[in-house]
Design a protein around this ligand. Structure first.
Ligand code: BGC
Length: 787
């Protein structure tokens, strides 16, 4: 008996020792080289790492989730996805969460994530032109995410705002790649400085929501390089994002997620990207093609995608080395994540501190479009707030870019907090109306709400008597015009870009009543993207473009309206005089081929589609300034409560060799302290290639200048900033000739100077990639002039 027990114990010791030795011998992430760890992974483990662990959305069961994922998903309830680890090799499961304007948890409500900070939308952040501030927002956003256990934020969004109607423009920064690249780089640097990763999205030319998963964008190599890739290039080279999200659309043929020319040649070889690429959710069609193209991670990940990869390896159609490389890229980044580092998150971020930063950023990006001696509002005045959105702030957009926010501050509340007396009866009327209307709306499930958000409540119409009454009691009328937008659809011209008839009527009636009492009328635009202003702006005394300003929006609006903050935002997107002026309108959103149906996401009906970018490089102000079409408010425009003068623009040389420096002084010549954005544009020679009349090359923001105070800036312009993409040479070339440096906005020149470049400079030879698969009748100034 004793012998038996003895032998049994001995056997147990031996088995445990073998297991232990085996475990000790297993490579571990971080202790052994990435190659050793990848080598130790089974094929199934590799595939589980490369295809995400599903998505835990209530009412939407997905095949292919596993228990490890559930554990990671529990950590951050409702996060968009997880990357599945291999515990035996020390590879943790990590969590990715939307983005980009704050944390979005799909099934929040019971979770702590309900209390997240809604930051101002991307378009507002870009309107600050303040990279230091954007970095600060990024850092605060990342700290919040880290305290909730998130490893990677799905943002920032940096597609070009090609057309004013783009449904997700609010998530993006600008129509201009230089603003886009600089602001995005600042955001990425801010987020990653706190040890949280980004997934910069959606790479690339994802400029519309209509047919977003099927549309083939047909564009010239030049337009792609100069407009649609440039901002990405700047951001990737400068801020080294951990990850990039490929987009849903196709460009010149293939899906971006399946395009090796894009993900391998351009992104990795030309730009030196070292992180990993993940697909957009359910994006791409062919899992094996995505693996081969360098789309390392398929999100959110489905069982059939895993099977397809396994089958392809087994059938010899997919070299396992491709999987090894894709896995290695992911593991390299995993080493940086809070989860890998064992960060003990608190579930208790500094929401109060973040609300302050959100408010500061919001006020800094608001743009004063018009001011006929109406603003700032005289302290202690009584104000009549009119318009639904004045009582229910639109803090941000809809879809995955929505934020699971705890509260919002309305304009009416913000003005009240700032010490103005607001009309209590009006307050009651509007809030009651909004509540009643909400109660009447049919309940919709999460997916319906995500893909096609409910229509906003119809504008409450004040009777003529009521308007007459409030025009007697209030010192000012402040009319808020609200617009929302989001994932899944683009905006319309009628009733969205153009004001609705009842909105125009409201503005007209209020203006008549207040003006006849010698009182001022101010319009606040709580909107996601440009709208028409030409048809009504003459009726009002001031217009503040407040965008969608995040949780503290109403307080930030009041900061600017009261003059506590002097507005310093400038447009990073043109406000056309009429939608029909926009050169992209002719090809937006392209055409759908109703005879070519395709299976869509969540059972939606979709069709093959295409859009041809006939405007070429003439997007936004590049068109308006070159073709002499006057917008309502131009790119770079924005008023202040003070004035600035520019002086002493000097170049260090009249001839360009490898760089040139431009120095300019800005002085506050007005009566109150304020900040100014210094914008440097260049006009380049066009004898060999047609070019935009003016292109932004650099910008900077002053500090808060006191009256009389000056600040001097020096900008260095290098050859790559002078270069255009010459398709025949597949090269970036700075043409010899005369260049003009212009300081001002896209339409106004405040100071200018000239220099010469004596010989062409070939700045960079690129690969011949992303070639259009159809003819493009591209617009050029010369071709148009001939007509
Ligand atoms: C959106 C992405 C988002 C992802 C995860 C997709 O529908 O296009 O921007 O990050 O969902 O929620």
């Amino acid at each position: 008996m004793f012998n038996h027990i003895h032998r049994f114990l001995l056997a147990c010791i031996l088995i445990s020792a073998t297991i232990l030795t085996h475990a000790q011998n297993l490579p571990q992430l971080g202790k052994n080289s990435i190659q050793e760890v990848v080598f130790a992974m089974t094929l199934e483990e590799k595939v589980n790492l490369l295809v995400g662990g599903g998505m835990n959305v209530p009412g939407m069961p997905l095949p292919g989730a596993n228990t490890e994922v559930t554990t990671a998903q529990k950590r951050v309830l409702g996060a968009a996805g997880t990357i599945v680890g291999v515990p035996r090799l020390g590879i943790p499961s990590i969590v990715v969460c939307d983005g980009p304007a704050g944390i979005h948890a799909f099934n929040a409500g019971q979770s702590r994530l309900y209390y997240a900070t809604a930051w101002p939308i991307g378009t507002l952040l870009a309107s600050t032109w303040d990279t230091t501030l954007v970095k600060k927002v990024g850092a605060a956003y990342a700290k919040e995410a880290k305290e909730y256990g998130i490893d990677i934020l799905l943002g920032p969004g940096l597609n070009i705002q090609r057309n004013p109607l783009g449904g997700r423009n609010f998530e993006y920064y600008s129509e201009d790649p230089i603003v886009t690249g600089n602001i995005a780089a600042a955001m990425v640097e801010g987020i990653q400085s706190k040890g949280v990763g980004v997934s910069a999205k959606h790479f690339f030319a994802n400029n519309q929501e209509t047919s977003r998963t099927t549309v083939n964008v047909i564009a010239s190599e030049r337009a792609l390089r100069e407009i649609y890739l440039k901002g990405w290039e700047l951001m990737v080279k400068r801020s080294k994002p951990w990850t990039i999200m490929s987009s849903y659309n196709l460009v010149n043929g293939p899906f971006t997620a399946e395009n090796a020319e894009l993900l391998t040649t351009v992104l990795r070889k030309e730009w030196g990207f070292k992180g990993f690429v993940m697909s957009d959710w359910f994006g791409g069609r062919d899992a094996v093609g995505m693996m081969k193209a360098g789309n390392n991670l398929i999100m959110p990940g489905l069982g059939p995608q895993k099977q397809a990869i396994l089958d392809a390896v087994k059938a010899g159609q997919l070299d396992v080395k491709v999987l090894d490389q894709n896995a290695a890229d992911i593991l390299n980044i995993m080493l940086l994540t809070p989860t890998y580092k064992g960060y003990k998150f608190s579930d208790n971020p500094d929401l109060k501190g973040n609300a302050k930063i959100s408010r500061e950023a919001a006020a800094e990006g608001m743009i004063l479009l018009k001011n006929n001696n109406a603003l700032p509002i005289v302290p202690g005045s009584s104000v009549a707030v009119i318009g639904n959105s004045g009582y229910e702030l639109i803090a941000g957009g809809t879809g995955s870019g929505d934020v699971t926010k705890m509260y919002t501050v309305s304009l009416a509340d913000g003005l009240f907090h700032a010490g103005f007396s607001t009309d209590a009866e009006l307050y009651h009327t509007y809030t009651q109306y909004l509540e009643d209307e909400k109660a009447r709306k049919p309940k919709r499930n999460l997916m319906e709400e995500l893909m096609k958000p409910s229509e906003p409540t119809g504008e409450f119409m004040l009777s003529a008597d009521r308007i007459t009454k409030i025009a007697h009691t209030g010192n000012y009328a402040i009319i808020s015009i609200g617009r929302n937008a989001g994932e899944g659809s683009d905006r319309n011209v009628d009733g969205n870009y153009n004001l609705k008839e009842n909105e125009k009527e409201l503005i007209k009636n209020v203006a008549e009543a207040f003006h006849s009492n010698n009182k001022k009328v101010i319009v606040v635009l709580n909107i996601a993207g440009p709208i028409d202003v030409a048809q009504w702006r003459d009726n009002v005394d001031a217009i503040l473009l407040a965008w969608q300003p995040g949780v503290e929006g109403g307080n930030a609006m009041a900061d600017v309206l009261s003059g506590n903050v002097n507005p310093s935002g400038k447009l990073a997107t043109t406000f056309p005089a009429s939608y029909s002026d926009d050169p992209t309108g002719k090809n937006f959103p392209g055409k759908e081929f109703k005879d070519k149906p395709l299976p869509g996401m969540f059972g939606q009906k979709v069709f093959e589609a295409e859009v041809i970018y006939e405007e070429g490089v003439y997007v936004g102000y590049r068109y308006y300034s070159t073709f002499g079409v006057k917008p309502s408010y131009e790119f770079g425009y924005g008023l202040s409560y003070t004035d600035f003068i520019y002086s002493n623009l000097k170049l260090n040389s009249l001839t360009f060799t490898d760089k040139i420096t431009a120095t300019v002084t800005v002085t506050n010549s007005g009566k109150v302290a304020g900040k100014e954005v210094v914008q440097v544009y260049i006009g380049a020679p066009t004898n060999k290639l047609d070019k935009p009349a003016t292109e932004l090359k650099a910008f900077a923001k002053t500090g808060l200048l006191k009256p009389g105070e000056s600040q001097t800036f020096t900008f260095t312009i290098t050859a790559d900033q002078l270069a255009s993409y010459q398709t025949k040479l597949t090269s970036w070339v700075a043409d010899a000739g005369r260049y003009t440096v212009k300081v001002g906005t896209s339409e106004t020149v405040k100071q200018s100077a000239e220099f010469k470049l004596l010989k062409d400079i070939i700045v960079e030879k690129t690969d011949k990639v992303l070639v259009p698969n159809a003819a493009i009748n591209e617009m050029t100034p010369k071709a148009t002039a001939k007509k």
